[in-house]
Design a protein around this ligand. Structure first.
Ligand SMILES: [Fe+2]
Length: 278
């Protein structure tokens, strides 16, 4: 199992590297103008866990969080991530709204998570995949309950991008009742799913609210994947590096093994999953 480096705490207002990354763009229709309050799932951005009266509060958008070191672009399109893995089956459902609480159709949702042993697949796409919300803004993901790894509580990563929007929401979903929720400095209770046990599996719900007006113009083709920066330069925090990019650090040269946005604590010698010394 690869060693998992720490994930930097979320810095409010910052989504590192997003302006350059533009990793996803949905194709299709824009938002639907329909009534604001939808469904019975609790929106953690607007209501505490257990409060299922409102699914969305206008203007209260879902909190952003660090993407961590293990995001990989170009995940396969699928709503079932269980292929090639084992564990407790988990089905996550909910809706995606714009900031006026109108359901957003064709929102691209890119999920990635650790397996039941707490390891990420950094060479392939196991437990990685993207899907699109339906015409009513709903989504449904089938996966397994992620395992724990050092320094983190149980979580699932996700990026969301509405059609025609450059802005990407990067965040994480959490599980109630986890002992590590109280010690994980990245954990945010507003991102708790409602989770219940159904048979031998789990069902989670969470509604997202994106900071978009829902009036974006759909783009007909996917945005190109990120391009590398920093080729041959000295490693710097807060910089997007594509796989294959080379940097120098501490007098040595390193090659990037997977695309990521660098952060303090992820210096090349510290994260062998991200950097190979040449
Ligand atoms: Fe993680």
């Amino acid at each position: 199992m690869p060693e998992n480096p720490p994930e930097s705490p979320y810095v409010p207002g910052e989504e590192p590297g997003l302006s350059r990354k533009q990793f996803i763009t949905a194709v299709g229709v824009g938002a639907l103008a329909v009534p604001a309050v939808v469904g019975a799932t609790a929106n953690a951005a607007s209501a505490p866990p257990g409060n299922e009266l409102l699914a969305c509060t206008p203007g209260r958008t879902t909190v952003a969080q660090t993407e961590g070191p293990y995001f990989k672009p170009n995940s396969p399109q699928r709503d079932d991530l269980t292929a090639g893995t084992s564990g407790v089956r988990l089905v996550v459902t909910g809706h995606v709204f714009d900031r006026a609480c109108r359901p957003l159709a064709r929102v691209l949702m890119d999920f990635w998570q650790a397996d039941t042993m707490g390891a990420y697949d950094n060479t392939g796409y196991r437990l990685r995949g993207h899907l699109y919300t339906g015409a009513d803004g709903s989504y449904r993901l089938t996966t397994v309950v992620p395992g724990l790894y050092p320094g983190r509580t149980r979580h699932i990563h996700v990026k969301l991008q509405a059609p025609g929007q450059q802005r990407i929401l990067t965040t994480q979903l959490y599980f109630p009742g986890e002992p590590r929720n109280s010690t994980d400095t990245i954990y945010d209770p507003s991102l708790l799913m409602n989770v219940r046990t159904v048979g031998s599996g789990r069902e989670g719900t969470f509604d997202f609210v994106l900071d978009v007006a829902g009036t974006g113009t759909p783009t007909p083709t996917p945005t190109p994947t990120p391009t590398s920066t920093g080729g041959g330069d000295t490693w710097r925090a807060g910089t997007f590096y594509a796989a294959g990019a080379q940097v120098t650090y501490g007098g040595a040269t390193y090659r990037c093994l997977q695309a990521h946005t660098s952060a303090v604590g992820w210096e090349p010698p510290n994260v062998p999953a991200l950097w190979q010394r040449l």
